[in-house]
Design a binder for this molecule. Structure first.
Ligand code: ZN
Length: 309
């Protein structure tokens, strides 16, 4: 990292922080996540704000035992994003949190409004959330979420990714993406670049669910950061496959472009929570510190990289 980038100010939910002060950071976790309509399901567990807040603060504070000071919550605006809840959790726990502007996929998000909105108005909205804050909260977004579903040529998603790329170019704020099925990351990078964004200013999310090690390496070759961001979600691939592919990318020379996280949702709203807990019992905010980092150390990866041989 050069001196200039170390001085870059990063937007938190409560003010800014120097990049060099962010400390150990998990780049893709969720405080709060609800698929559209979760609150209409009368059989879903009831959401009680005070109870949820207590649970979130408790879980965030566990990060301190692992010397982790910062998380990025890339929850898009259409998956239950609640920036006031996030900001309160940050303030109560003492953990830095960065929240996002941007939207989810056409299939699983809320595309109606944005489908009919001119692109320049979407750019204006994202800019407002970054510069002035979300709604009238004054809480500013520090990352841009983009997402694509199973069809890389989807018109809605190309429009929304394009708007996100333009805002990234105008503000310097980075992009965190969601990919469907752990593929089509290259098509996302194409759209970002075609719209003036830079691959070096984006993380291609969920790339670790692709069992082919060449996928992550090929994205890194283009300059993008590669999200190994679902450690603990072993219903896609096992953590051991993730580790093998991560190490393959490290050996190929791309260590500095590999970002690790869990995509864990502390409060998963709706009936999905029970299903998720059953599918991924080991998912947590500290799984990487307890299980993955020790394994990477065993494989010879230290803070300074691989040992010189
Ligand atoms: Zn996520």
């Amino acid at each position: 990292m050069d001196e200039k980038s170390a001085d870059t100010r990063i937007q938190l939910t409560d003010g800014t922080i120097a990049q060099s002060d962010l400390g150990r950071t998990l780049f893709h976790e969720h405080i709060f996540l609800g698929m559209p309509g979760w609150n209409l399901d009368i059989k879903a567990p009831r959401f009680v704000r005070s109870e949820a807040m207590a649970q979130v603060v408790d879980k965030l504070q566990e990060l301190k035992d692992h010397d982790c000071q910062t998380i990025i919550d890339p929850c898009p605006m259409d998956l239950g994003r609640d920036v006031e809840f996030i900001a309160e959790a940050a303030q109560r726990s003492g953990i830095n949190i960065i929240c996002a502007t941007g939207v989810y996929t056409e299939q699983d998000g809320i595309p109606f409004t944005f489908r009919h909105m001119p692109r320049e108005d979407i750019v204006e909205l994202y800019m407002k959330e970054i510069v002035d804050g979300v709604g009238d909260t004054g809480i500013k977004a520090g990352v841009i979420k983009v997402a694509s579903g199973s069809d890389p040529n989807n018109e809605y998603e190309q429009k929304m990714i394009g708007a996100g790329a333009e805002v990234s170019r105008l503000t310097g704020v980075p992009i965190i993406s969601h990919t469907h099925g752990h593929s089509h990351g290259h098509e996302q990078v194409d759209v970002v670049e075609q719209n003036g964004g830079r691959s070096e200013c984006m993380v291609v999310g969920h790339s670790d669910g692709n069992a082919d090690p060449e996928y992550a390496i090929s994205l890194a070759k283009r300059g993008a950061f590669v999200g190994f961001d679902q450690f603990g979600l072993e219903f896609f691939v096992s953590d051991e496959v993730r580790i093998e592919n991560l190490m393959a990318a490290v050996h190929a020379g791309y260590r500095d472009q590999l970002l690790i996280s869990h995509d864990h949702a502390i409060c998963l709203l709706g009936r999905g929570a029970a299903i998720f807990a059953e599918l991924a019992p080991q998912s947590s905010l500290i799984h990487i510190f307890e299980k993955i980092i020790p394994r990477l150390l065993e494989l010879g990866l230290s803070k300074k990289g691989l040992p010189q041989s």
